[in-house]
Ligand binder design. Structure first.
Ligand SMILES: *Cc1c(COP(=O)(O)O)cnc(C)c1O
Length: 229
């Protein structure tokens, strides 16, 4: 642990309180319970003092988008926070599946059979079962990971039938520069049609919209921590 600089600690605690208040307000507007919406603090690229201040403020669910960076940041801190929950929200290469299964409580970016095979093998070997979300490429962007919307139902059925995976949720990252609402609505429709319960959607700029469309977790980075250095 780095020593906490008092003003950083206060700033981070205030930022977190403000985001939690905005989540509560958005939940109320949507006639939902704020306790049904988890705040995932996306700590990628943030300096140690800000991460430690976020822990000191009481935050326990963190999102990372790279396996190695997450290992460096969390393998030491993990022991001090038994109630910590780590989520992988970035793309996962099959050759990192072992490290991901060992470190993460939730993997939100399952999107292909080769990765499912690698995860299945590691889950069997390690006796550790992270909760799995399917990433859906709602905007059908060539450069973006995720299953195309029209293939999602078949993919989920296969994950359940052939791999024995309980699929906990769906996740999406809407295209930059488009209104996010239709993408969140599509993800919610797919989840309903496939009997999937959780929805990971919404980031700093659009988490209130995501809550309106049924997000059960929002992934917030810069609005919580400040700009990534
Ligand atoms: C970085 C990142 C976030 C957080 O983005 P902000 O705009 O900083 O809130 C959320 N989800 C994913 C997948 C990310 O990579």
């Amino acid at each position: 642990m780095t020593d906490l600089v008092p003003d950083i600690a206060a700033e981070i605690a205030e930022r977190r309180t403000a985001i939690l208040q905005r989540i509560a307000a958005a939940a109320q507007t949507a006639r939902r319970s704020a306790s049904d919406i988890a705040l995932v603090a996306v700590s990628k690229v943030q300096p140690d003092d800000r991460v430690d201040a976020m822990l000191a403020a009481g935050q326990r669910i963190f999102g990372e988008n790279r396996v190695q960076e997450a290992q460096a940041r969390w393998s030491g801190r993990r022991a001090n926070y038994p109630d910590l929950e780590l989520r992988l929200v970035g793309p996962l290469q099959s050759n990192k599946a072992g490290d991901a299964v060992a470190l993460f409580d939730v993997i939100e970016t399952l999107d292909r059979d080769s990765l499912a095979r690698a995860l299945r093998k590691e889950i069997g070997k390690q006796g550790r079962t992270p909760r799995l979300f399917i990433q859906v490429n709602t905007g059908e962007e060539d450069q973006k990971s995720g299953i195309p919307p029209q293939e999602t139902a078949g993919f989920i059925a296969r994950m359940r039938r052939e791999y024995g995976f309980a699929i906990d949720g769906l996740m999406c990252i809407p295209p930059v520069g488009e209104p996010a609402g239709p993408h969140f609505a599509l993800l919610a429709d797919l989840a309903r049609a496939c009997g999937v319960e959780k929805l990971s959607m919404g980031m700093s700029g659009d988490f209130e919209t995501a809550i309106r469309f049924g997000a059960t977790s929002v992934r917030v980075g810069t609005a919580l921590f400040g700009e990534r250095g």
